[in-house]
Design a protein around this ligand. Structure first.
Ligand code: CU
Length: 129
């Protein structure tokens, strides 16, 4: 999702526009978008990463954040130790330990500055050495 609608409660100044019938979606500063990850989305890497990192276009909330790494059998394999970088709150990461060759799905959920919950997923593959 790259844009989002104004929320009435969050933007009372715009409510008169909505009341007048012009309820069109307006891009709002602060809606989080995943901009980078390590491993990169859809990449194939030679050996297990030590952690999985995601970066958003803006800082995200410290509450309700979630990051999970799931193997092809649907089993969660990350160490459930999500962290948010203190000096870059747009950066979340979780550690993983010795992932065997497989294709993994990374699922994330964060709360944007605009209070919207953003969820998404991407895959990466650990190949045989
Ligand atoms: Cu939003």
């Amino acid at each position: 999702m790259t844009r989002c609608s104004i929320q009435l409660a969050a933007a009372p100044l715009f409510s008169f526009i909505l009341a007048a019938g012009f309820a069109i979606p307006i891009p709002v500063f602060g809606h989080a978008i995943l901009v980078k990850s390590q491993p990169a989305a859809d990449s194939t890497i030679a050996e297990s990463p030590k952690q999985v990192d995601v970066w958003f276009n803006d800082k995200v909330g410290s509450e309700y954040k979630a990051l999970a790494v799931i193997n092809s059998k649907g089993e969660r394999v990350d160490n459930k130790d999500i962290e948010q970088e203190t000096f870059d709150p747009s950066h979340l990461y979780t550690t993983v330990t010795g992932l065997p060759p497989d294709t993994y799905t990374v699922r994330y959920r964060v709360v944007s500055l605009d209070t919207h919950i953003v969820t998404g997923k991407f895959k990466f593959t650990v190949n045989k050495p």
